[in-house]
Design a protein around this ligand. Structure first.
Ligand SMILES: [Zn+2]
Length: 272
């Protein structure tokens, strides 16, 4: 599942490759993935792609008409949605939710083999119409999310730490993989409850959020572009490495759950 570091780099690469291009034709080969009518898609012809950005687990792409915001694409890729920049001659894959033909040598496609993601096409300023948008907390890498602000927010969110980190109402952009990495970095067990944290635990958690996500962005910037359809998780220290040695203490990492697995170290991340 693309999380904050993955989508940050995708947005950067899209800016390099498609910003400034004009859309010559927009279509939805698999229409169910796109919350837009064929007429709304047809209206994108002639629009220019603006500078993409990321908010939480959404990739945002503005479309400009005569330099003025006209529409905004908000993509929530969920488990398996990916953007592809390909030559127009490339075969259109099954489960292609959006195809933007451009006035250049490449075109932009969104493919989602699990069909769990959603693409929303909204008017500028209408992001609040997207389900869950208004409830979203600050981005986990938001410069305004200071340690003090983090402390304030975490008081309002009870429960176990792993679901807490993944809850976009608390902070946005963290999913299953990076929550494991952050908790291991902070030496906090995923099942610990927020109410058991001392002040210095919260401080360690805050700094782990920042350092793990920041380091991941730097790694991914080097390893993924130009092939933004790929995801690099090879550098993760614990997530899905159950049975391997903890990189800190050497104890065998424990992993529970299936597809949404949680991996942790029972020595570095004691239960209380
Ligand atoms: Zn360990």
């Amino acid at each position: 599942m693309p999380e904050l570091p993955d989508l940050t780099v995708v947005a950067e690469e899209l800016e390099r490759r498609v910003t400034g291009r004009t859309i010559t034709e927009a279509s939805a080969p698999t229409p169910i993935l796109v919350r837009a009518t064929p007429a709304e898609l047809a209206e994108l012809s002639g629009d220019t792609i603006g500078v993409p950005s990321r908010r939480g687990k959404f990739l945002l792409m503005p479309f400009l008409r005569d330099g003025v915001p006209h529409r905004l694409l908000a993509a929530n890729p969920m488990l398996a949605g990916r953007f592809w920049i390909v030559p127009p001659s490339e075969r259109v894959r099954a489960r292609t939710g959006l195809r933007l033909r451009l006035d250049g040598p490449e075109e932009l496609r969104y493919v989602d083999r699990e069909m769990l993601g959603k693409l929303y096409l909204v008017a500028p300023g209408a992001l609040d119409d997207i389900p869950g948008w208004t409830e979203m907390g600050p981005d986990a890498d938001d410069p305004d999310l200071t340690l003090d602000a983090f402390r304030q927010r975490i008081r309002r969110h009870p429960g176990e730490l792993k679901p807490l980190l993944r809850n976009s109402r608390f902070v946005a952009g963290i999913g299953n993989a990076y929550s494991d990495e952050i908790l291991w970095e902070a030496r906090l067990a995923p099942f610990r409850r927020r109410s058991t944290l001392a002040d210095d635990d919260i401080e360690r958690l805050y700094h782990a959020v920042r350092s793990v996500l920041g380091d991941a962005v730097e790694r991914i910037r080097v390893s993924v572009p130009p092939a933004i359809e790929n995801q690099d998780r090879s550098f993760l220290k614990v997530h899905l490495r159950g049975g391997e040695a903890c990189p800190r203490c050497g104890r065998e990492l424990r992993q529970i759950g299936g597809r949404e697995a949680t991996t942790f170290c029972r020595t570095c991340q004691p239960p209380f």
